[in-house]
Ligand binder design. Sequence first.
Ligand code: ACO
Length: 326
Amino acid sequence: MQFARIAGLGKSLPDKVLDNLELEKMVDTSDEWITTRTGISQRRILGKDKGSSELGAKAAINALKNADVAPDKVDLIIVTTVTPDTIFPSTACYIQKKIKAKNAACFDLSAACAGFVYGLACAEKFIISGMYKTILVVSTEVMSSIVDWTDRSTCVLFGDGAGAAVLTASKKESFLATYLGSNGSYTDMLYVPAGGSKYSVTKEVLDNHDNCIRMRGNELFRLAVRAMADAAQNALELAKVPIDDIKLLIPHQANNRIITAIASRLKLPKEKVYVNIEKYGNMSAASSAIAFCEAWEDGLIKKGDIIVTAVFGAGLVWGSNVIRWV
Ligand code: ACO
């Protein structure tokens, strides 16, 4: 039997920093409101005319370097994004070209902020089935391209970035369990109304900013806490791992208060929960991918450690992986 392991992680962030003080000049908000309600101090912005494949390709190259895997050894590229370069072709194909992974099959996966965990799940299953040996999962987002910069209730929350993981075939078991869930009755909680087949972009759409994120933040808050805590608990149960045995929880970074509430529900001490939202805001699927990469870069993940992801996003969708670092 062939297992899968994460052989390397990478990230890429745009240089431009947008801090809360600059946002104060753009909308009726304050650094104090943003930091106390969300924990966010700054976010990165990619800038005009650059797509998510640009950040994704850089994160992929870093992950491949860290895994010591050549691009032409990649069998499959799975990109998770809500901000693709174009509706089609897939952003995975743009990244394939940029990183010269000429032997890879490519597709994009849509699971909003839960994309990285769904992507890891997919990649692991392709490897354990024996179909592929080396898979690149890239979560890349340019949330600034779908944010309504006149809406203070959402524009302060989001940022741009990309994270990537290289999964390879392994003799040792590393993915101990994965739990995924969805509830399509909440599609109106968090969505972009226009730009799809149902409501295409017109001048009226642009005037109403209907091509931008709409969110019912208050209701989502409660759902996010319950969904992520339950996902982690369910995955741990499937893996038969007691919560005390985990080294680190890597949650989706949507709001520091959500993360604190999850930790308290799971009875996890602060030191066991990775948080970097202060620097980047919510980068949708890229948040958990970058958090995983930075936890590894910070030396917090060692051989034998058990790492648990917990994510939540538009759909609603949620999920968790229990991973032993090998
Ligand atoms: N600056 C100042 N005041 C603001 C701002 C702002 N940026 N935004 C909202 N307010 C005001 C509101 O207008 C409201 O004023 P009112 O009382 O006069 O009506 C007041 O602040 C309180 O607003 P709430 O929405 O109740 O604030 P809350 O404490 O719930 O925080 C937030 C809002 C941060 C959005 C929070 O609800 C949240 O984080 N929700 C979850 C969001 C989430 O998880 N989203 C994504 C998950 S999936 C994914 O990542 C894509």
